[in-house]
Ligand binder design. Structure first.
Ligand SMILES: NC(=O)c1ccc[n+]([C@@H]2O[C@H](COP(=O)([O-])OP(=O)(O)OC[C@H]3O[C@@H](n4cnc5c(N)ncnc54)[C@H](OP(=O)(O)O)[C@@H]3O)[C@@H](O)[C@H]2O)c1
Length: 323
């Protein structure tokens, strides 16, 4: 048990499949169970990835072999099932966005404290050494004082009401699905919480979720940031950071596929940080380091609560339907 964590996964969706396919390449993680609304999905998933396939989420969190539950259900089920899992004695890695709003997030952390369980938001890109190197360089003043940032995360997928992302009651919408990464990254880079937050949203349909959004953040007097995010639009996934002494450009950062470019005095430096493990294996090992070695989580409680505060304000500013 000292160097291994047994994982149980809630749901058999897209990211559950990805996480399970990376987990065997981690140093510490083993998949022991999955829980699904349908026995058939659980059985198919377990046949592909290993472990036991449970019908129902209750059965998964009650499984005595499971040490940690990966909650990758739709956003509207993060609060309920993370709390139930912790009360059943499990640590929880909970997908982003952590909850439907900051109030829910506070309740989840209160249960973590009460039960003594580890609870972390699954911003996988933050667990990667390359992201940590970039943030360290910005904080060390390598490009001077930050002045402007712009960050982007969009994708195009055919809209479907079978997808929880299109349901306001499930915390759907582009701000919640992908804007949350831009907000998280820029807050980290700023090393501060924004003092002003605004967003303009395009609604997928009347009363529907925001399917693409443009937003602005101000951090104190000197640092301004913009972001765009969307679920029905193709564009790049870049972030551009401009300071008084230089710039940093990252192209495809969210899945940690490549390094980043620092430009200072007209000289370019390409920064790579080698990591052999796939992204979700890195995340699983980071979670294990927190549980088994007591290391600080790569995303703190304060960080998650700060992010949720901004998400709440942006959605209110954009007039997005919230249930
Ligand atoms: N960190 C990342 O890289 C990343 C990437 C993508 C998504 N995410 C996050 O992970 C979560 C899941 O996203 P996903 O893309 O994996 O979603 P998905 O493919 O739709 O899977 C969600 C799963 O949740 C279960 N579920 C329970 N109630 C549901 C409902 N009312 N509607 C739809 N599914 C329901 C289903 O599993 P069963 O039928 O087996 O019960 C379903 O397969 C979201 O919070 C999302 O923001 C994170």
């Amino acid at each position: 048990m000292k160097d291994q964590l047994n994982w149980g996964i809630l749901g058999t969706g897209m990211i559950a499949d990805k996480f399970a396919s990376h987990l065997p390449q981690s140093n510490t993680g083993k998949l022991v169970a999955v829980g699904s609304r349908s026995q058939q999905s659980a059985t198919v998933f377990a046949a592909k990835h290993g472990g036991c396939g449970h019908q129902g989420y209750e059965a998964l969190i009650a499984d005595p072999d499971v040490h940690v539950v990966y909650n990758c259900l739709p956003n509207g089920l993060h609060h309920e099932w993370s709390i139930k899992a912790m009360r059943a004695g499990k640590h929880v890695l909970c997908e982003k966005p952590f909850a439907l709003n900051r109030g829910e997030a506070e309740q989840m952390f209160a249960v973590a404290e009460e039960t003594g369980k580890v609870l972390v938001e699954a911003f996988m890109y933050r667990a990667h050494a390359r992201t940590q190197e970039l943030i360290k360089r910005v904080h060390s003043g390598e490009i001077g004082e930050l002045r402007l940032m712009r960050s982007n995360f969009t994708f195009y997928r055919e809209p479907s009401m079978d997808d929880a992302r299109y349901h306001p009651s499930q915390g759907g919408g582009a701000i919640m699905d992908v804007g949350t990464y831009c907000v998280n990254f820029m807050r980290q880079l700023a090393g501060a919480e924004p003092t002003e937050m605004h967003a303009l949203a395009h609604l997928y349909q009347d009363g529907g979720v925001d399917d693409y959004v443009a937003g602005t953040l101000r951090f104190g007097e000197d640092l301004l940031a913009t972001f765009t995010c969307g679920m029905t639009v193709e564009s790049d996934e870049g972030t551009y950071i401009a300071g008084t002494k230089g710039t940093i450009k990252v192209n495809a950062f969210w899945f940690c596929e490549e390094g980043f470019m620092i430009t200072k005095d007209g000289v370019e430096e390409w920064v790579e940080v080698e990591e052999k493990r796939p992204l979700y294996a890195v995340e699983a090992d980071s979670f294990a380091a927190t549980v088994l070695q007591g290391e600080a989580a790569w995303v703190s409680k304060e960080d998650t609560l700060g992010n949720m505060r901004v998400m709440d304000a942006l959605r209110a500013s954009a007039g997005v339907p919230v249930e």
